[in-house]
Design a protein around this ligand. Structure first.
Ligand code: RIB
Length: 300
């Protein structure tokens, strides 16, 4: 069983700021770092660190070659990543405040150059026992979902960042949704955020064949499928940078399930992994190894 993460590869320019910059304001950042990132990249690293045989497909420009080295170091297969001449790798401008919160501006760059031919070439290497992991930072996602479904792959969708196009995706092909409460509202077309349990039930009703993972930030996360429901509280830590915490959670929860862990076991593993991630700066550098997660006893 192989995991194919078909998704974004970003250069993250991360600025530590006393507060998020306001309209008309010029603000001096206290620190600036360049990290490997992109929801696709981060999730591929998290899957690999959780122990899954992971392949990444996507596109970068020559300016993003260091992302490939970092993926390889994390144990991700990179031969399906296209390197395009004279094109800019996707990037993110991230403001990170003192409470660890962030706000992110994205430039798609090469992440928006995926062609159907490329998707066909990638997908022909995967089949029935394999898992496709998608976020919403590349183009041609509906086509990739349809073709992967035809091949019998299991589909994991983290519809983030949410936009109006997602409603038109072939969502009935999804086996696992990973989403937060705001994304759940948008997916359900509801204006008011309801109680998490109600949202979970509504999502289950709307997508009866899929398992739903609803993340609740500091409160924890909820899982539901045909057979079971489970709540996992979040572990309390002092947050330094929450970037990629959700990506870490997705990779470790799915990675845990694929390795044969039960839902409660995989959720606990994922909650620990994302708790560790928020105590460290940066996107992918903050993602722990499986060994670190298994040995973690909470923050001192
Ligand atoms: O989920 C975090 C990621 O979102 C960052 O690494 C950034 O690149 C954006 O895609």
């Amino acid at each position: 069983m192989k995991v194919l993460c078909f998704g974004s590869l970003n250069i993250d320019y991360t600025y530590r700021v006393p507060h998020f910059v306001q309209k008309g304001e010029t603000l001096a950042a206290e620190e600036m770092n360049v990290f490997c990132g992109g929801k696709g990249f981060n999730q591929a690293v998290a899957f690999a660190r959780a122990g899954a045989e992971t392949y990444h497909a996507g596109a970068i420009g020559k300016d993003g070659l260091f992302l490939l080295d970092s993926l390889k170091n994390a144990g991700v297969h990179t031969e399906l990543v296209a390197v395009l001449e004279d094109q800019k790798t996707g990037c993110a401008i991230i403001q990170n405040d003192h409470s660890g919160d962030n706000c992110i501006m994205l430039y798609g760059g090469t992440n928006r150059t995926i062609t159907r031919e490329m998707a066909d070439r990638v997908l022909e290497k995967f089949g029935q026992d394999d898992v496709l992991v998608l976020q919403n930072e590349i183009n041609e996602i509906p086509y990739i979902m349809e073709k992967a479904h035809e091949r019998g792959m299991k589909i994991v969708l983290n519809p983030s960042p949410m936009d109006g196009a997602i409603a038109a995706f072939p969502l009935e092909t999804v086996d696992y949704f990973f989403l937060n409460q705001v994304e759940a509202c948008q997916l359900l077309g509801s204006e008011n955020r309801e109680e998490p349990e109600k949202q979970l039930n509504a999502l289950r009703k709307r997508f009866p064949a899929a398992a739903i993972v609803l993340t609740l930030g500091e409160k924890g996360s909820l899982y539901a499928d045909r057979a079971q429901k489970h709540f996992q509280p979040a572990f309390r830590v002092k947050a330094v940078d929450t970037t990629a915490a959700g990506d870490t959670f997705t990779g470790f929860l799915m990675g845990g399930l694929l390795a044969g862990r039960t839902v409660p076991e995989a959720m606990e593993l994922a909650a620990k992994a994302s708790a560790i991630a928020v105590t460290r700066p940066g996107a992918s550098p903050s993602i722990p190894t499986l060994e670190e997660v298994l040995n973690w006893k909470g923050q001192d």
